[in-house]
Write a protein that binds this ligand. Structure first.
Ligand code: PHE
Ligand code: NA
Length: 453
């Protein structure tokens, strides 16, 4: 018998997995990706990506964690001696993501506070870059910006406190609070946004299908890329979380719930963001395609601008929006950190407190780079490489290693089927053996071609 810590309830595990999945990617990445890759037509490749890669890999990772009961490095080592590096590679990517994810959550906390007085004024871009981030030249770190440093420290204190408290008393409890809260706050702002003038034009533009590009490889790469990042797969996270599952649990069903919950949140965000952009187009007189934004500029430039124009209770809208970003971000950040905390704990046979101190401490120190005057530039570069190469490469290695080199799909399938209601059949094996490797391989090839020419 092993005495590994376990989730208190099945709902606790699912909320934690959904908490990891639902993050900044849902709110500020998905809507623009969908719009730019065919709008309503994007749902076809997106759904196919979900069913041939997202959910199959989620099932694979849940099964791995449940069967081998270890962090990602230990899980791979137990599956095959020579495969431990795969786990560490995933942990490394997670480490890098955590260093800048924390910074963005710090900004979101600050902007929740700024919302009270609409401190950003009328020039929201000038405010973000000049006054708040004090952005300097590319490639130059410059000094630390106190306005960024303090919220960043708050983020680390909250996150590490949750992780110190452990899987059940920390991670599970935090997600049981954050995720329902996030759902409620976000639903309120989406509904509010739908009543803004021009909102419906925005939503219509979002769903308007453009089938012309449906056979364009780039649309499919975008769909698979979004699914990977959005479901937090191939980052060691889902393996680590499922290693705390009790013996009896319906793995396959858990994966379907997690996958569909994440996509539902993306769809909801699509409505909310495009309703808001529709309003922005309405007030500025520009066409929708001119105001579509994503990422940092959507959240910290465009949304504040919209809030300025919204009229009554706009401060409340701002607070709810930035708190949503904060909770969505925190629940993902916790999951990323847990990958290397569990990894360190098992590798060096130490206790959780030490692993949190060392792992969390290292990440916190590394994150200071983005709290400097050059922060946003570094963040852009690192985020680009992680999103492009990290995700595709990690997913490709994982699937090819397990399906082709270690030939573990059948034993894993039996493991999952023995405890799940939904039985995995050839759909699962075929997706992992052929579809995912081909698509990810193409993705890598495409990226290399773009970057080398
Ligand atoms: N899945 C998260 C999102 O959609 C992002 C994330 C990626 C979190 C990788 C952890 C690890 O925003
Ligand atoms: Na997501």
């Amino acid at each position: 018998m092993d005495n590994r810590v376990q989730w208190g309830t099945r709902a606790g595990f699912i909320l934690a997995a959904v908490g990891s999945a639902v993050g900044l990617g849902n709110i500020w990445r998905f809507p623009a990706v969908a719009y730019e890759n065919g709008g309503g037509a994007f749902f076809l490749p997106y759904l196919i990506a979900l069913l041939t890669a997202g959910i199959p890999i989620l099932i694979l990772e849940f099964t791995l964690g449940h069967k081998y009961r270890g962090s990602s490095p230990l899980t791979f080592a137990r599956m095959s001696k020579g495969a431990e590096w795969m786990g560490w590679w995933q942990v490394l990517i997670s480490f890098v993501i955590s260093t800048y994810y924390a910074v963005i959550i710090g900004w979101a906390i600050t902007y929740s506070y700024f919302s009270i007085n609409l401190s950003w004024g009328s020039d929201t871009e000038g405010f973000l870059l000049g006054e708040y981030l004090k952005l300097s030249e590319p490639g130059v770190a410059g000094s630390i910006v106190p306005g960024v440093l303090i919220p960043l420290l708050i983020v680390w204190v909250i996150t590490l406190a949750i992780l110190f408290a452990g899987v059940r008393k920390g991670i599970e409890v935090a997600n049981k609070i954050f995720i329902p809260l996030l759902a409620i706050l976000f639903l309120i702002i989406v509904i509010r946004a739908m009543f803004l003038p021009g909102a419906m034009d925005g939503v219509e533009a979002f769903f308007k299908p453009n089938w012309d590009t449906i056979f364009d490889g780039k649309v499919w790469v975008a769909a698979y890329g979004q699914i990977f990042f959005s479901l937090s797969i191939a980052f060691a996270i889902m393996i680590t979380y499922s290693s705390y599952l009790p013996k009896k649990t319906d793995i396959t069903n858990n994966a379907f719930i997690t996958g569909f919950a994440n996509s539902s949140f993306e769809l909801l965000a699509g409505f909310g963001i495009f309703a808001t952009l529709g309003f922005m187009a309405y007030t500025s007189g520009e066409p929708i395609n001119e105001v579509v934004q994503s990422g940092v500029f959507l959240a910290f430039v465009a949304i504040p601008q919209v809030i300025n124009e919204m009229g009554s209770l706009n401060e409340v809208f701002g607070i709810l929006f930035f708190l949503s970003l904060t909770f969505a971000g925190l629940s993902s950040l916790i999951s990323i950190l847990e990958t290397y905390i569990a990894g360190i704990q098992e590798k060096f046979n130490t206790n959780r407190a030490k692993a949190v101190t060392i792992g969390g401490g290292l990440a916190a120190v590394a994150s200071l780079l983005y709290a400097t005057e050059g922060g946003l530039f570094f963040l852009d570069v690192v985020d680009y490489f992680i999103n492009q190469f990290g995700v595709a490469l990690s997913g490709l290695f994982e699937v090819v290693l397990i399906a082709w080199f270690l030939k573990q799909l059948n034993p894993l399938k039996e493991h999952a089927n023995a405890i799940s209601d939904i039985r995995l059949g050839s759909w699962w094996t075929f997706s992992l053996k052929f579809i995912t490797p081909v698509i990810l391989g193409y993705m890598m090839f495409d990226l290399l071609r773009q970057n080398l020419t």
